[in-house]
Design a protein around this ligand. Structure first.
Ligand code: GLU
Length: 417
């Protein structure tokens, strides 16, 4: 991360600063929100399959818990940095607040390259990481979940390690679990479902008919690939998709099932029959109606924002647009559904999973999706209305709404001692 623009924590703090002046944030709450409540930095010695021991670095950042237990995923990626985890923990706090679920925000990260690790190595890493943070997590303390390159299997190892340390089974200590271990129906594709609900509501506001509209999806992991499925269900033609190996384009549209199948068979979307390869940067600048950035932070920057032609951006990823790019897109009247809202479907169904676990219940997929739909539409409308009321972008509206809720909770709790 070289340029200033690409430090995600600086970007998160810039957002806090501008929101603070916009809503005249209480100075004491503002002061408390300038840094995370707790940062855990852990060293993780792992016996690799060839017998040698390798030390990995891991973090868990607990940003704020005024509204409820800390909540947020764990990311495995070679480029994880403490500043990135701090930013993601900040955004989790706003995210849980904007959809009005009773959680604070946290995030975990381990610097590792999961693509080049065996399943056994990943299991040992996950169990050691869990053991190192076990005293600071738990169903009423901090509830982890999947994020980039972690999945329901990772959550199963966390559940087992935590439960063994406690001496009894604690399914509600983690979300994003497999169904067989108390996971929720619908959790697997909930981030994308929420993201496309937001794109649909945004299209309504712009009076843009979705049948025959076009879209590009950057990133084809869980959020990206399911976003393509839901866009297609709405009659939108997904003309471009990408992953870390490259990008593809088809004027007549990429079939979401075939694209995912190709990625599962070959490891990438590149080479899909009937598609042509394009430069990954070009994907963001295509003449499409909807753009779904579903990769990592800092995809849309001051360098390329001026070339974005999409009318709607629904941010499935966390932090894909820098504040500098935001200003350009605002001038160009692009409607951005911000990450803290557009990708909140994942944590919303995590919350529904936790509620089911605490009550020892299991709901049907329809029950889960119905609640998700209600939460997302309500949060979209509240953020949209706030942006109109304050005459600001939807990102600023959503931040205003969510930061105000967190600040209100902080004020009511007071400072002790
Ligand atoms: N990692 C996801 C996110 O960034 C989900 C978090 C969760 O379910 O707790 O929102």
């Amino acid at each position: 991360m070289s340029s200033k623009e690409s430090n995600p924590y600086e970007n998160a703090m810039k957002q806090l600063e501008s929101t603070a002046s916009l809503i005249k944030l209480d100075p004491a709450a503002h002061e408390m929100l300038k840094s995370p409540k707790r940062i855990l930095s852990v060293s993780l010695p792992i016996k690799m399959d060839d017998g040698h021991v390798k030390n990995f670095q891991g973090y868990r950042v607990q940003f704020n818990d005024a509204r409820g237990p800390f909540k947020g995923g764990i990311r495995y990626h070679p480029n994880v940095t403490l500043d990135e985890v701090k930013a993601l923990a900040t955004w989790m706090t706003w995210k849980c607040s904007v959809v009005d679920i009773p959680y604070g925000g946290a995030k975990g990260g381990v610097i590792c390259d999961p693509k080049n690790m065996s399943t056994a190595e990943k299991e040992r890493l996950t169990r050691r990481y869990t053991a190192m943070i076990a005293d600071f997590i738990g169903p009423y303390r901090d509830v982890p979940a999947p994020d980039v390159y972690t999945d329901s299997q990772t959550m199963s190892w966390i559940l087992d390690t935590y439960s063994q340390l406690k001496g009894y089974q604690v399914p509600e200590c983690v979300t994003g679990k497999p169904i067989a271990l108390g996971g929720s129906e619908g959790r697997n594709n909930s981030t994308a479902r929420g993201c496309i609900i937001c794109a649909r509501e945004a299209a309504k506001q712009l009076r843009l008919p979705l049948k025959g509209a076009t879209a590009a999806v950057q990133g084809y992991g869980n959020a990206g690939s399911w976003s393509a499925v839901f866009l297609q269900e709405l009659g939108v033609k997904v003309v471009a998709a990408s992953d870390s190996s490259g990008a593809i384009y088809s004027k007549s549209g990429l079939d979401s099932a075939k694209t995912l199948n190709h990625k599962e068979q070959t490891g990438s979307v590149v080479g899909l029959e009937g598609s042509e390869q394009i430069e990954p940067e070009k994907l963001l600048e295509l003449d499409v109606d909807i753009l779904v950035p579903a990769a990592l932070e800092n995809s849309i920057t001051a360098h390329n924002a001026g070339n974005v032609k999409a009318k709607i951006i629904s941010e499935a990823a966390n932090g894909p647009t820098t504040p500098e790019a935001d200003a350009i897109l605002e001038k160009n009247k692009v409607l951005i559904v911000p990450d803290i809202l557009a990708n909140a479907g994942g944590v919303t169904v995590s919350y529904l999973e936790w509620v089911q676990n605490l009550n020892r219940e299991h709901w049907t997929e329809d029950q889960v999706n119905e609640r998700l739909e209600q939460k997302m539409v309500a949060a979209f409308n509240a953020s949209y209305e706030m942006s109109k009321k304050l005459n600001v972008t939807m990102r600023s509206g959503a931040l205003a709404l969510s930061i105000k809720r967190v600040a209100d909770a902080i004020q009511l709790l007071g400072i002790w001692p």
